[in-house]
Design a protein around this ligand. Structure first.
Ligand SMILES: [Zn+2]
Length: 289
């Protein structure tokens, strides 16, 4: 039986509205705003959905419509000014919001965060360098009449996979930059000209030296860091010897269910919280006993 873990960031339950830049005098009384500064979102009265009366429009703001949630129009408030020292604690990243807000609200914030990142990073045309303006469906249109190039928001596919060996152990690894004792399953970005299955096999081989087969798709999770989707797989190892020489992973290991349970109890291993597909893949293997 599959573990019943809802993924964070799925189902933002937004219905589409025309995408527009909104000036502060065009805000409706029942609009709700999500204020974004870089990769952080403002929390006001314990909620990231803020009524316009609680937003300071005298600072450098920029508003666009995101969609409709219940009966409220949701606007992204691009907070361009530096965050005041006294307000630093009110601005949270998406991971923290996912652990502290209802799932639907966290998903809404993830959606807003990914779209805001897209607009912030495409203010100039990649072909001619001219300024772009917002177009239909969050596209960016080059304002140089001779160019007029339009580009749409992209989602970057990444694969994440549990690899199981013939002794029914799972492959876990850690990157040097992670918190101490934090381990996860292997993941990586899709390359051009590659199928998802080829990507799974390549990433596992590159990061751990393990050859896999029987690659099976399991599930997916929107991953707003900044704009990906995680495609989850389970694969079987053909060869067991681990080689971590490509600098990606600091350490990798095979571990049994019992050993993982023991090391987690001793806090010698930490795995992802129950919001991520990484954790889902590990829990799925535990349940498969
Ligand atoms: Zn252009």
């Amino acid at each position: 039986m599959a573990p019943s873990l809802p993924f964070a960031f799925a189902k933002s339950n937004l219905s589409a509205v025309d995408v527009n830049v909104i000036s502060p005098d065009r805000i409706d009384a029942d609009d709700l705003l999500i204020s974004i500064h870089e990769d952080r979102i403002k929390i006001h009265n314990d909620s990231p959905l803020i009524h316009p009366r609680n937003i300071d429009f005298s600072i450098n703001n920029h508003l666009i419509t995101l969609g409709k949630f219940n009966s409220n129009r949701i606007l992204i408030n691009f907070h361009r000014s530096p965050i005041e020292d006294s307000e630093q604690d009110d601005w949270l990243n998406i991971r923290f919001i996912a652990m502290n807000q209802p799932a639907t609200i966290a998903s809404l914030c993830a959606h807003a965060s990914a779209i805001a990142h897209w607009h912030n990073h495409h203010q100039f045309c990649g072909l001619c360098g001219s300024v772009t303006e917002i177009g239909k469906e969050h596209s960016r249109i080059c304002q140089n009449e001779d160019c007029n190039h339009s580009q749409f928001p992209r989602v970057d596919p990444a694969v994440i996979m549990s690899v199981i060996n013939e002794k029914d152990e799972i492959l876990l690894g850690r990157q040097a930059s992670w918190d101490e004792n934090r381990f996860s399953v292997v993941a990586g970005f899709l390359s051009h000209g590659e199928t998802l299955e080829e990507c799974v096999a390549r990433e596992v081989k590159e990061e751990t030296g393990i050859t896999v087969d029987s690659i099976e798709y399991i599930a997916s999770q929107p991953w707003p860091f900044p704009g990906s989707i995680m495609l989850g797989f389970q694969a079987t190892a053909k060869k067991q010897a681990i080689i971590t020489d490509d600098d990606e992973l600091e350490e990798a290991m095979w571990i049994s269910r019992e050993e993982l349970q023991r090391k987690r109890a001793l806090k010698e291993i930490f795995i992802s919280p129950k919001l991520s597909i990484s954790r889902y893949l590990i829990d799925l293997w535990i349940e498969q006993k």
